[in-house]
Design a protein around this ligand. Structure first.
Ligand SMILES: Cc1cc2nc3c(=O)[nH]c(=O)nc-3n(C[C@H](O)[C@H](O)[C@H](O)COP(=O)(O)O)c2cc1C
Length: 196
C-alpha cells in the first residue's frame, strides 16, 4: 500500500504538459496498460460505457493533431511545434449504443489514466476543445463511438510549476509562462475551497 504522502506527491506531479520529447515513443503495451487501469474505476450503474482508441503511430498522430486546440489562455501559441508534439493519444469515446450519459465516468477514468502515466514519467493534456468530426475521421471511428476527450501523451520537454493564488475569489487563475519559459499553473489555496 502506498502512503498518503506518496499519493499526494503523485497527484501533485500529475500536471498538464503540452511540449514533449518527440524522439521518445511510448510502446503500445504501455498505453494498453494505462487503459487497463480504467477497469478498476467506479462506474455509474456499473455500465462501463467508455472505450478508447489508441493512437501511437507517427501517421496517426499527424492525422489527429490538427483537430486539437491547445492552451486557450495562450492566445499567441498554436500548440507544440514539430519535434515537441505528443507521441501518443488516447481518444476516450462513449459507446452510444449503451447510453447517452456516462455521468462522471469520463473524469474518473481520465484521472486514473493520467495518474498511472505520471507514475511512469509520462504526461500530457486532457483535451476537450477539438472538432469531433475531424477526430472521428482521423481515427476511423465507427458512428456508435462518440469522442468525449482526447488525452495527449509523451515524455515532457518543459517544466510545469504550481503556485498558490492570492486566495481571492476573483484571483487570476490563468496559467502563464515565466521568463524562463516555465509553464506556471495557479491553484486556489485550501482555505478558499472549504466552506465555513
Ligand atoms: C475537462 C478538461 C478539459 C480540458 N481541455 C483542454 C483543452 O481543450 N486544451 C488544453 O490545452 N488543455 C485542456 N485542459 C487542461 C487544463 O487547461 C489544465 O488542466 C489546467 O490548466 C490546469 O492545469 P493542471 O492540469 O496542470 O492542473 C482541460 C482539462 C480538463 C480537466
Amino acid at each position: 500500500m502506498i502512503t498518503f504522502d506518496d499519493f499526494k506527491e503523485l497527484i501533485r506531479s500529475n500536471r498538464s504538459y503540452r511540449r514533449f520529447d518527440e524522439s521518445r515513443k511510448i510502446p503500445k503495451d504501455v498505453l494498453e496498460s494505462l487503459v487497463n487501469l480504467t477497469r478498476y474505476c467506479a462506474s455509474g450503474r456499473n455500465l462501463q460505457p467508455l472505450r478508447y482508441k489508441i493512437v501511437c503511430t507517427e501517421e496517426g498522430c499527424n492525422r489527429i493533431f490538427p483537430a486539437l486546440k491547445w492552451a486557450g489562455y495562450y492566445q499567441d501559441w498554436d500548440g507544440p511545434e514539430e519535434g515537441e508534439r505528443p507521441v501518443a493519444y488516447l481518444v476516450q469515446c462513449l459507446d452510444t449504443e449503451l447510453t447517452t450519459n456516462c455521468l462522471c465516468d469520463d473524469g474518473l477514468q481520465l484521472e486514473a489514466i493520467t495518474l498511472g502515466a505520471s507514475s511512469l514519467g509520462i504526461h500530457g493534456t486532457i483535451i476537450k476543445a477539438f472538432n469531433g468530426e475531424e477526430v472521428r475521421t482521423a481515427c476511423d471511428l465507427p458512428e456508435r463511438y462518440k469522442p468525449l476527450y482526447v488525452l495527449s501523451l509523451g515524455y515532457p520537454a518543459e517544466t510545469v510549476l504550481m503556485e498558490d493564488t492570492d486566495g481571492s475569489t476573483d484571483a487570476d487563475i490563468r496559467y502563464h509562462r515565466d521568463n524562463e519559459g516555465h509553464h506556471i499553473v495557479p491553484k486556489r489555496p485550501l482555505n478558499e475551497l472549504i466552506i465555513c
